[in-house]
Design a protein around this ligand. Structure first.
Ligand SMILES: [Mn+2]
Length: 291
C-alpha cells in the first residue's frame, strides 16, 4: 500500500518529492516502531488529501512513495550505505520511521554527500546520551551522534522537556535549545522568529512524542506536558518557510502501543501531509492554484 496521494509507479519520474519508509526498531528498548511505515501509510488513507485549511489538493504536489528501505536489522547501525537513495538524493524527501535511531544513518549519508549541513529536531527528549543499554546508536543517543558528526553548532532542538542531568550539563552551552517552556512563553511564532532563516541545507527530524501523550499515546517514551498538533504544525510551517529543509523524518510511532483507533499514526500521517504542503508552498511561491 502506498501513502495516500502518491503518484503511481509509472508516473514516478514526475515526482518532486519522495516518501521512504524505514521500518527499523533494532535500537529501541520497546519494539514495535518498525511497523510504523505500514501503519502510517494505512492511516494516511483515512484522511482526505484535500487539505481544507489550505484549500490544497495534496496529490497535485506530485510525490512518490518509494516503499520501504530493505535493511538487515543488524546492518543499520553506524551509517550503513544507503546506496538505494543515490538516484534520488536531489529530491526532497520524507522518511517514515522507525525508531529515532534511523535519523543518524540517514543524516550521515546526506551529510557525506554534501546534501545536509544543519539538523533541527522537534522532540520531547534531548536524545543526548553517550550510550544507552550498551549501544551508542540507541534512539536515546541519536542527537549526540548527529552533533558529533555535523558539529554541535549545527544542531537545534525544539520542544525538549526531558533529559538526564548529564545530558543537560553537556548540552546547555553547546546546542541551541528552544525547550517546551520557551514555546509556551514566547509562542511558536516567537520561537520561529528567533530561530530565523537561512539557505543552508537542513534536515528536520520530528519525533512524534513531542506531542502530548494524549495526542500521541503510541510511543515508547510518553512525556507529559507536550505540544498540541496545531502547535507542531505551525512550527513546521514556520521552519520550512524560513529554512531550506531538504529532508525530514517522522519517527517513533509505535503501533503496538497505540490506541485501537490508531490516533498516533493518524497524527503522524497528518504531519507528513503538512510537510508535503510546506515543501510545495516553498517551491512554488507564485502559484496561486495551490494557495
Ligand atoms: Mn523523543
Amino acid at each position: 500500500m502506498k501513502f495516500s496521494g502518491s503518484l503511481s509507479e509509472v508516473d514516478q519520474k514526475n515526482a518532486w518529492y519522495e516518501l521512504i519508509g524505514v521500518p527499523f526498531d533494532g535500537h529501541a528498548s520497546e519494539k514495535g516502531a518498525k511497523k510504523g511505515p505500514k501503519t502510517i501509510r494505512r492511516a494516511s488513507r483515512r484522511l482526505e488529501t484535500f487539505l481544507w485549511h489550505r484549500k490544497l489538493e495534496l496529490s497535485d504536489l506530485r510525490y512518490y512513495d518509494r516503499g520501504d528501505v530493505k535493511l538487515e536489522q543488524n546492518h543499520f547501525v553506524e551509517g550503513a550505505s544507503i546506496a538505494e537513495f543515490d538516484s534520488a538524493r536531489k529530491k526532497k524527501k520524507i522518511f517514515i520511521g522507525g525508531d529515532h535511531s534511523i535519523s543518524y544513518p540517514l543524516v550521515k549519508d546526506l551529510f557525506e554527500h554534501g546534501e545536509v549541513a544543519k539538523v533541527i529536531a522537534i522532540d520531547a527528549h534531548a536524545d543526548f546520551r553517550d550510550s544507552y543499554k550498551n549501544t551508542k546508536f540507541s534512539n536515546a543517543c541519536v542527537m549526540r551522534r548527529i552533533a558529533e558528526l555535523i558539529g554541535y553548532e549545527n544542531v537545534i532542538e525544539i520542544g525538549i522537556r526531558s533529559a538526564s542531568a548529564e545530558e543537560y550539563a553537556l548540552l546547555k552551552d553547546k546546542i541551541r535549545i528552544y525547550d517546551a517552556e520557551m514555546l509556551s512563553v514566547k509562542g511558536v511564532e516567537g520561537v520561529v522568529e528567533e530561530i530565523g532563516g537561512g539557505e543552508e541545507k537542513t534536515y528536520l527530524s520530528i519525533d512524534i512524542d513531542v506531542l502530548d501523550p494524549s495526542r500521541a499515546p503510541g510511543v515508547e517514551n510518553p512525556e507529559p506536558c507536550g505540544m498540541s498538533l496545531e502547535s507542531v504544525i505551525s512550527l513546521i510551517q514556520g521552519i520550512i518557510e524560513r529554512k531550506n529543509v531538504v529532508a525530514s523524518d517522522v519517527v517513533e510511532v509505535n503501533p503496538k502501543l497505540d490506541t485501537r483507533n490508531g490516533i498516533t499514526s493518524i497524527n503522524a500521517a497528518r504531519i507528513i501531509f503538512e510537510l508535503l504542503a510546506c515543501y510545495g508552498k516553498r517551491d512554488t511561491p507564485g502559484n496561486r492554484t495551490f494557495w
